[in-house]
Design a protein around this ligand. Sequence first.
Ligand code: PAF
Length: 295
Amino acid sequence: MEVTSTFAETRGLYGGTVGLLPTLGFFHEGHLRLMGLLRERCDTLVVSLFVNPTQFNDPGDFDAYPRDIERDSELAGGAGVDILFAPSVEEVYGGVSITTVEVTGVTDEMEGRHRPGHFVGVATVVAKLFAGLRPEMAMFGRKDAQQLVVLRAMTSDLRFPIEIVEAPVVREPDGLALSSRNVRLGSTGREKALAISRGLFQASEQVDAGEGRGERLEATVGRSIRSLQVDYVKLASLKTMKPIADLSEPAVLAVAASVDGIRLIDNVMFDWIEGRPRPDRGVFLDELSTLTSLP
Ligand code: PAF
């Protein structure tokens, strides 16, 4: 595996189709599994590692974001990555850098409302990665559901000829969604955080049993996470990312809540299959060894 820091040297190493997994680094098992899934689809697998300062609306959160490039290089090498692209802030934002990318509408609610400026930072950095690295495909996780919808819109609007590949939410066997932030949870924090996935799974069971009212589903999750500091629990359309009253179209039940000051997000998407909503709870680490292709 090569570790690069400029767009030009990275492109110089390509052979065949190029797949990109953009990341903020501090890899966990979920990243490694996604690398494995993308590995099967492309000839050159590039993973970008860049803690993008412009998407952190809270400077404290940016400073506290875990970083360890040596550990990340070892893990990525073991996962079959060809190129780990770890640029400097200067490489990404140097030069004139007075252009930003703002995706409107789908960014109004949820993360967009609670993290002002966040999606401009995300869309801008991903547009720069796309323009600088020019992959044929790029993978984003369903865990960041709103980000996925924002980046699909950006890719299509700006006519990037790049296929967006969706990756499932990856969970610990007990349901906790994997996140680089989980390392900051102590064991009691981890226990408290489990209330998020538990609430989402209870709501999913209600949907399986025929419940479709947004307020009922949100109330179920709300009860489960009542001891956390909740930013939002929302049933939203996957098309508009606006809250909806009923589960009558593809939707996401999304949560953001803090546990001991550590902000976590999680969701269950409801795909529309054979005329009814099917909860996508993601994949569990103990099942993943048998997962050979994307669900
Ligand atoms: O989801 C993330 O890790 C980041 O938002 C991304 C897509 C790498 C952009 O910095």
